[in-house]
Design a binder for this molecule. Structure first.
Ligand SMILES: C[S@@+](CC[C@H](N)C(=O)[O-])C[C@H]1O[C@@H](n2cnc3c(N)ncnc32)[C@H](O)[C@@H]1O
Length: 310
């Protein structure tokens, strides 16, 4: 029989890599309300889930990259339609892909979630903590690869006076951000942006905050143009929450599933080593870098990297 456990402030602080007591009060309250309960799997269940997941990965998933532009265009058009049909209710922006399985990854093993919308709640809590800890002192916020714009809406709710820009290569993603301003009065705008080809005529400003959330994952090894763009722009602070293959442990069978999945989909590779190299050269300050050890059945989107131009 597996024992019921829950994620409270202490567990979340350890996962995020911050000192005890440092989780913002609002985030603590969100955690309390979410009541994140789960059951650990037994060693036999863990082995079975790993084998099943590995088998599924071997069957193949679609590979990310330029050829997926049409898929994202259609996905966000559907989301835009749902947003309009829902009378511009912000909750309708929660992407469908976070509503998935109850089997999740947590601290080196599989768990079965016992609370509603467990992964969505984790995302909301993580995002709240990261915004308050690392992006509270910027004078504008830019989210690149903003998708449904649910992150920018959440930021605008916390910091309503800070102008926010949502950037994505999918036109409907840009339109949703515009509607947040037009219909809901948020200080949000949308702009087209392609990680593979950053625009030259954009100025973020020295007080700007930059955010990417499971978005650079889509570029595989081709994060260079975007990193160069950021180094040139010199915003105040950059926060990435991205799957980080370099932080998995190849000696763990649990992590080998995630490594296989990540590699098979051709997700982001090399960003963390590049940031570490820039930090060693004194070009940036790498302020925080932590894998949460938390994710969905196949991999973990949630490693947080925070840096500033030196
Ligand atoms: C997994 S979604 C994440 C969206 C959002 N950040 C979130 O947290 O839900 C990846 C996003 O990256 C965008 N994207 C993928 N490749 C891109 C590229 N080359 N340039 C700009 N956006 C891109 C997609 O359109 C999509 O919105």
């Amino acid at each position: 029989m597996s024992v019921e456990e829950s994620i409270g402030p202490a567990q979340f602080e350890t996962a995020l890599g911050i000192a005890p007591g440092k989780l913002p009060a609002h985030t603590v309250e969100m955690l309390r309300q979410a009541n994140l309960r789960y059951a650990r799997t037994t060693p036999a269940e863990q082995a079975e889930l790993e084998a099943e997941a590995m088998e599924r990965v071997k069957q193949g998933f679609t590979v990310v990259g330029e050829q997926r532009a049409g898929i994202w265009r259609d996905a966000w058009q559907d989301q835009l339609d749902r947003f309009e049909a829902a009378g511009f209710a912000v909750e309708s922006l929660n992407p469908a892909f976070v509503d998935g399985s109850v089997v999740l990854r947590w601290q080196g093993g599989y768990i079965r979630s016992l609370s509603d919308k467990f992964e969505l709640r984790v995302i909301e809590i993580l995002r709240d903590a990261v915004f308050r800890l690392f992006l509270a002192d910027v004078d504008s916020l830019y989210e690149f690869g903003s998708g449904s714009a649910f992150n920018v809406a959440a930021y605008a709710k916390i910091f309503p006076d800070v102008p926010v820009c949502a950037l994505d290569w999918a036109p409907a993603a840009v339109r949703i951000a515009e509607l947040l301003r037009e219909k809901l009065g948020m200080k949000v705008r949308g702009e087209r942006f392609d990680f593979f080809n950053p625009t030259k005529d954009m100025k973020l400003g020295p007080g700007a905050g930059v955010f990417t959330f499971c978005a650079l994952e889509q570029v595989g090894p081709r994060f260079g143009p975007f990193l160069d763009f950021l180094l040139e722009q010199r915003p105040r602070r950059v926060v990435h929450i991205e799957p980080t293959v370099e932080l998995y442990d190849p000696s763990s069978s649990h992590d080998r599933v995630a490594i296989e999945y990540h590699t098979q989909r051709k997700y982001l590779v090399g960003l963390l080593p590049a940031l570490r190299k820039l930090a060693a050269e004194g070009r940036i300050k790498l302020l925080h870098s932590k894998r949460l050890n938390c994710g969905s059945r196949f991999h973990e989107c949630y490693s947080v990297h925070v840096w500033e131009p030196a």
